[in-house]
Ligand binder design. Structure first.
Ligand code: ADP
Ligand code: MG
Length: 380
């Protein structure tokens, strides 16, 4: 779904309060009753709140749902995006939003800028944009159940990615610097480099290959496996040909039950890609799982830093029960929904899904400046 920020500057303080009330109410209500919205917002006068509700619904931040028992509203992806952007704006991590540069299976990537015009990257996690293995899992996850909703799972993915990026960055791994996290979003530094996938020639394939294998081993020696180490998630600086690794929501500890398998898959991904793209095969086999010498415990540090084992398990359970629509097709637009997804159960509203149908074009590869302030003086 597209991030459309044009309405953000016109929201009044009361609109923000009502939007926040819908978010709070949805923690334990699949559909938040209007009376509860009025109550949580703490605003005097029901008619004022109703006015806010209708303007929020008009721009698609909340959607009206007719329930068997009562009528009410639910927060849409758009509404959650606005709440996160408002937080970033208040903390001065994001001032303006520019072009979309990536559409993944489970995320949207935008170039944004801070007040000084320095460009950054906003990654919006969108779990739920996938097909479910079983109808039951679909029902469980898309309902706004406390620990099972798209909103909660997307937030967990953002929390996890931020926690790993922080630890990796602090330990001098070549990764973007994490700058902020709120709800289902993270803000990080913009890496001015292209994904390996888009690179047709290298000065020295053997040098980059060696660096990447060394990196996989270095991750593992610190207790970590990337788990999705491929040509989409490795950016390569044009001048130095130095790699930068991104995309961490699937990282696991070397103590994970499937650690060996994930390690070997990461190695194989690079081997296969170098063979196909650069016709390069290393003289030596490996690296092998048995080459890993554990010297650090960043996996344990991540747990201590705010992304708990329990949260990791919840996210993993979700991943096991859903199937990505396709593998490694990050450059293609992915339509929302999929087999087995019942429209009625989806948060986000069907009107948004229709819009998404037109959005199949590839995101622009260029990084254009984000100039327009997202929130005007009056919109705070
Ligand atoms: P996904 O989980 O959807 O694969 P990624 O984090 O891999 O999301 O980002 C998708 C794409 O967005 C990347 O392949 C890359 O082109 C671009 N991208 C992501 N983060 C950055 C960044 N910090 N700097 C520059 N480009 C980025
Ligand atoms: Mg990726």
């Amino acid at each position: 779904m597209k991030l459309d920020t044009h309405a953000i500057r016109y929201l009044t303080g009361e609109d923000w309060r009502v939007l926040t009330a819908v978010e709070m109410g949805s923690k334990n209500h699949e559909v938040v009753p209007t009376t509860l919205i009025v109550q949580i917002s703490g605003l005097r006068g029901e008619s004022g709140v109703n006015k806010c509700i209708s303007s929020l619904a008009k721009v698609g931040l909340i959607a009206r749902v007719k329930n068997a028992k009562y009528d009410g509203y639910r927060l849409t992806y758009g509404g959650l995006d606005y709440l996160a952007l408002n937080t970033f704006s208040k903390r001065k991590s994001v001032y303006s939003v520019g072009n979309q540069i990536g559409v993944g299976k489970e995320s949207d990537i935008y170039v944004v800028a801070d007040e000084t015009g320095t460009q950054r990257v906003l990654k919006i996690h969108r779990l739920g944009r996938i097909s479910f293995r079983t109808v039951k899992a679909n029902r469980d996850y898309l309902r706004n159940r406390h620990s099972g909703s798209w909103m909660y799972m997307s937030r967990l993915a953002a929390l996890k990615e931020y926690a790993f990026m922080k630890i990796l960055h602090e330990n001098d791994f070549p990764v973007p610097a994490p700058l902020d996290q709120a709800r289902h979003c993270i803000v990080m530094t913009l890496i001015d480099a292209f994904p390996l996938r888009q690179i047709s020639t290298l000065t020295s394939p053997s040098t980059l290959y060696a660096k990447l294998m060394e990196l996989i081993l270095r991750f593992a020696s610190q207790g970590l496996i990337h788990g999705d180490f491929n040509e989409f998630n490795i950016l390569v600086h044009e001048d130095t040909q130095e790699p930068v690794v991104i995309d961490f929501p699937q990282m696991v500890s070397v103590d994970h039950a499937n650690a060996k398998e994930y390690f070997e898959r990461d190695v194989k991904c690079i081997k296969d890609f170098f063979k196909k793209r650069f016709r390069y095969t290393a003289d030596e086999d490996g690296p092998f799982w048995s080459d890993v010498k554990r010297i650090g415990k960043l996996d344990v540090l991540v747990e201590a830093s705010g992304f708990s084992k329990k949260q990791a398990k919840e996210l993993e359970k979700y991943r096991k029960e859903v199937a990505p629509l396709a593998d490694n097709d990050e450059e293609e637009g992915v339509a929302e929904g999929g087999e087995g997804v019942e429209d009625d159960d989806r948060d986000g509203g069907s009107e948004e899904e229709e819009e998404d149908g037109d959005e199949e074009e590839e995101p622009e590869g260029t990084i254009e400046e984000a100039k327009r302030p997202m929130i005007g003086e009056d919109g705070k």
